[in-house]
Write a protein that binds this ligand. Structure first.
Ligand code: NDP
Ligand code: 2IT
Length: 446
């Protein structure tokens, strides 16, 4: 940190109290950028950092809805339009009871750099609600989504802001949201991504984040002359991203021995494969929030209330949520011989955790690089919608592989150019930043 970046972080904390996740995300990025600002005084004089930490716009709204018994509930809805320097705002919607302004600002901030790395023209945004989908009927979820979109529709559009899924928002929710948008605007456009295949969605979008993160891990392992084949993986979470990662790891010849949920983790020494992978989809659709069901179904070990980082594995892929892997977990992974950590979730590793990995020369990929395959294929969905064409699975998957390789190689070359070879965190933060910062300079004081 320099005096200048420390001052900006202090200002962010003073101006945005009670947003610890946002502070953490800003701190992590600014720590990498200190070396860039030394070489590029133009960013400092144009106050790029001061501008980039301030959302272009924050929308916060009331979402009233009726449950099946006719009782009224009120949730809070948000959309953070963080940065549109290189394209329309783009990023997911999260429905989870923990959602608040600070969490969505951290996610929107990360999204700016992630989207910049994808090679596609997308700005950064994020949104969602503290609505808890757990235990809700389809009709309740539909009424909630319709009410949410009744406010959101006036702020978004295919050339303005294009939301998608995240925790608690999958194909079903995107369908209800799209239906309501279409009614209100009388327009059939690519305003959301993650749509159904019959109505403008892209093949491979559901799998894209997990597939992309696994391709990223493969690219990292190859820099050490190794591959996914024959390696043992610990995966956390059991949702969309974890499912995609487990599927692809199996396809590439790796073995996954864990998945996890808020109730604990499953250890399956024979590997999570075949029908067990399919069962993950059922667990997510049930909205029961339990992985113990998996252990009961397949008679494997269940560790209540624990995270999967104590297991001896070659590669760890945290795919559940933010700050689920701390310093102690990181030390345990290193002690057990883990050689690579590749984030599928957004900011799952704490700052102290990733410092343990970097100081032990572990290959470590930050989510904004390694989980960019999801939004990357969302970008491809936007392209297909604009052309009114659909590409084959093979075509989309080839683009996805190319995007992930390009992000990987950009991280490596940028880290090297700025004097920190092998540091994917610096590589991702700096490369993501430079593209956005240069666009902001080109566009004047906005
Ligand atoms: P899902 O809703 O499909 O699954 C989320 C998983 O994380 C579930 O297992 C969920 O269990 C668990 N989880 C959520 N919050 C917590 C919590 N506070 N404590 C413990 N476990 C929790 O979401 P996704 O798979 O889509 O998202 C997972 C991660 O990947 C998130 O960090 C998301 O931001 C990130 N991501 C998602 C992308 C996408 O395209 N979907 C793209 C890039 C990143 P439960 O619901 O029971 O809490
Ligand atoms: O965190 C993410 O990148 C996502 N949730 C996906 C966003 C998108 O627009 O597809």
């Amino acid at each position: 940190m320099t005096d200048y970046t420390s001052k900006i972080i202090a200002e962010v904390k003073a101006k945005n109290p009670a947003e610890p996740e946002f502070h953490q995300a800003v701190e992590e990025v600014l720590e990498s950028l200190a070396i860039v600002l030394d070489k590029h005084p133009e960013y400092r004089s144009a106050k790029i950092l001061e501008r980039i930490v301030e959302p272009e716009r924050v929308i916060m709204f009331r979402v009233p809805w009726f449950d099946d018994q006719g009782e009224i509930h009120v949730n809070r809805g948000f959309r953070i339009e963080m940065n549109s320097a290189i394209g329309p705002y783009k990023g997911g919607l999260r429905f989870h009871p923990s959602v608040n302004l600070g969490i969505l600002k951290f996610l929107a901030f990360e999204q700016v750099f992630k989207n910049s790395l994808t090679t596609l023209p997308m700005g950064g945004g994020k949104g969602g609600s503290d609505f808890d989908p757990k235990g809700k009927s389809d009709n309740e979820v539909m009424r909630f989504c319709q009410s949410f979109m009744t406010e959101l529709y006036r702020h978004i559009g295919p050339n303005t802001d294009v939301p998608a899924g995240d925790i608690g928002v999958g194909g079903r929710e995107i369908g209800f949201l799209f239906g309501q948008y279409k009614r209100l605007k009388n327009e059939f456009t690519g305003v959301l991504t993650g749509k159904g295949l019959n109505w403008g969605g892209s093949l491979v979008r559901p799998e894209a984040t997990g597939f992309g993160a696994t391709y990223f891990a493969q690219n990292m392992l190859r820099t050490k002359g190794q591959d996914v084949e024959g390696k043992t993986f610990a995966v956390s979470g059991f949702g969309n991203v974890a499912w995609g990662a487990v599927t692809k790891i199996n396809e590439l010849g790796g073995k996954v021995v864990t998945i996890s949920g808020p109730d604990g983790f499953v250890y399956d020494k024979d590997g999570i494969k075949g029908e067990k992978i399919h069962y993950m989809l059922k667990m997510r659709a049930s909205a029961n929030d339990r992985v113990k069901d998996f252990a009961d179904e397949f008679k494997v070990e269940f560790h209540a209330g624990k995270r999967p980082w104590s297991v001896k594995v070659d590669v760890a892929m945290p795919c559940a949520t933010q700050n689920e892997l701390n310093e102690e977990n990181a030390k345990e992974l290193v002690k057990n011989g883990c050689i690579c950590v590749c984030e599928g979730a957004n900011m799952p590793t704490t700052i102290e955790g990733f410092k343990v990995f970097t100081s032990n020369n572990i290959l470590f990929a930050p989510g904004k690089a390694s989980n960019a395959g999801g939004v990357g294929v969302s970008g491809l969905e936007m392209s297909q919608n604009s052309m009114r064409l659909s590409w084959s699975s093979e075509e989309v998957d080839n683009h996805l592989k190319r995007i992930m390789k390009s992000i990987h190689d950009t991280c490596v070359s940028t880290a090297e150019r700025f004097g920190t070879p092998g540091n994917y965190v610096n590589g991702a933060n700096i490369a993501g930043f430079l593209k956005v910062a240069d666009a902001m300079l080109d566009q004047g004081l906005v």
